[in-house]
Design a protein around this ligand. Structure first.
Ligand SMILES: Cc1cc2nc3c(=O)[nH]c(=O)nc-3n(C[C@H](O)[C@H](O)[C@H](O)COP(=O)(O)O)c2cc1C
Ligand code: SF4
Length: 429
């Protein structure tokens, strides 16, 4: 695949976006919509799961867990009822691609969910969406109503012995409710706080029943995989990362927006060829991948390819697909303080390493910001970050210091240059 082809937009997920009327089910159907569902219901449930497994689709919500393996675990668990959940919380700063999908092609998401429900024998599904997403909530509710009207949702779907319905539930703006167990707790009507793992939701999720939880973008890939086949999906992207990725491109870049790119594209191509580079010809100071919980890397690393394995070889991840460009006018410590303030606000307070660790990290960052930090503060910053990433109860606390780790590695000078010089001790006479 040539480099130019990797910029191809509209390949898998966005091919109908801005072409069809998202509020008209006829518009979706006329563009080939719900054909994948019609095909899926002629297949055995195991065949559907096998197709997703063969596609090597990985979850697009952040962790990149293989979707087919998750489905297989739910399929194999002989406990009923089983629940399906679409995670549309999208609360991490820098991410807005799920919003784009829900606003522009809501039926693609519904179709992906209905196919999964068919495969795993589910009757009830939820879309857990952040409360601030007023417009996507309206569009989704309308799409669900239309899908019921056409017999794609409700009882006896496509005249088969298969009934399934979807309910939209909105969160109240808490980032932690995107964490899968906090989300489950919130759906059950409790405060959104994580639970112990294992057991994972696939075994014991909503009301302790098997629950498949996937991201909006993950579900939206399913119709393509079923209709075109796993091999077609694997033909897009790289050997280790199949398909495309939606990128939320923001920050100091000319053309901010949501772009569908093929795995294998370099970060530099995303920032310069797609994003048009930094306004005013300024230089890039750093780029954050994945959102607030992601690594902050220098411009010299932008030659890296967007590929799960390539990034992980460099201890990096693309997370949920955000690329935030920060130009030379910004200060590393100041950006870190903003990031840690976000986590302080969003920490649920359940465990000590996260609740107290973030406060202490912020306190030390203020010292670096005012050039009053000591060598010992630098050591303490490292220790706190290590303790948090190793002992925090959930992914929020474990990932909160990621930007700290990467800046301590790639922007070490920003820390050492601010360490207070020891004062001259006058000899008493
Ligand atoms: C603090 C926190 C917030 C999260 N927020 C989201 C979110 O908004 N959307 C999402 O899909 N996954 C989010 N996740 C990841 C989910 O826990 C879960 O892994 C994901 O929904 C699984 O879907 P996937 O396999 O399709 O990626 C979050 C995780 C953590 C730790
Ligand atoms: S890591 Fe943070 S968000 Fe997660 S349980 Fe502990 S305090 Fe709550």
């Amino acid at each position: 695949m040539s480099a130019e082809n990797r910029f191809l937009k509209n390949i898998v997920l966005t091919k109908r976006c801005e072409k069809i009327n998202p509020e008209s089910i006829e518009s979706y159907v006329n563009a080939g919509g719900y054909e994948a569902l019609k095909k899926a219901v002629t297949m055995e449930p195991q065949q559907v799961v096998d197709e997703v497994k063969a596609s090597a689709l990985r979850g697009r919500g952040g962790a990149g867990f293989p979707t087919g393996i998750k489905m297989e675990a739910v399929l194999k668990t002989e406990v009923f009822p089983k629940y399906l959940v679409c995670n549309a919380d999208e609360g991490e700063p820098g991410n807005f691609k799920d919003k784009f999908l829900m606003e522009n092609d809501p039926h693609q998401l519904l179709e992906g969910m209905i196919i999964c429900a068919y495969a795993m024998g589910m009757e009830k599904g939820y879309i857990y969406i952040r409360g601030e997403y007023i417009e996507p909530i309206r569009i989704l509710k309308k799409a669900i109503k239309h899908a019921r009207g056409k017999g794609f949702l409700g009882k006896g779907i496509l005249k088969k012995d298969f009934s399934f319905d979807i309910e939209v539930r909105s969160g109240a703006g808490s980032y932690i409710c995107g964490e899968e167990f906090a989300l489950v707790e919130s759906l059950e009507g409790k405060a959104g706080r994580p639970r112990n793992k294992p057991p994972y939701p696939t075994i014991s999720g909503i009301y302790n029943k098997p629950t498949q939880i996937n991201n909006v973008e993950t579900f939206s890939n399913i119709p393509f995989i079923i209709l075109e086949g796993a091999e077609s999906f694997k033909g897009i992207g790289t050997k280790s990362s199949s398909g495309t990725r939606l990128i939320s491109l923001s920050g100091n870049v000319l053309k901010r927006g949501v772009y569908e790119v093929e795995f294998g594209i370099t970060l530099k191509q995303i920032v310069y060829d797609i994003g048009g580079g930094v306004p005013g010809g300024r230089k890039i100071k750093m780029v954050q991948l994945g959102g607030a919980s992601g690594p902050l890397i220098p411009e010299t690393m932008l030659d890296l390819e967007l590929d799960y394995d390539r990034l992980s070889e460099n201890n990096l991840t693309i997370g949920s697909g955000a690329v935030i460009v920060i130009d030379e006018r910004y200060d590393v410590i100041e950006i870190l303080r903003l990031i840690m303030k976000f986590f302080k606000h969003e920490s649920c307070g359940k465990c000590t390493p996260c609740r107290e660790g973030i406060r202490q990290i912020l306190r030390i960052l203020y010292k670096f910001g005012s050039n009053s930090a000591t060598q010992n503060d630098l050591k303490l910053l490292r220790t706190l970050s290590n303790v948090m990433s190793e002992t925090a109860f959930c992914g929020l606390g474990q990932a909160a210091p990621t930007a700290l780790f990467t800046t301590m590695e790639y922007f070490a000078h920003e820390y050492t240059s601010r360490i207070k010089k020891p004062g001259v001790i006058l000899k008493a006479v």
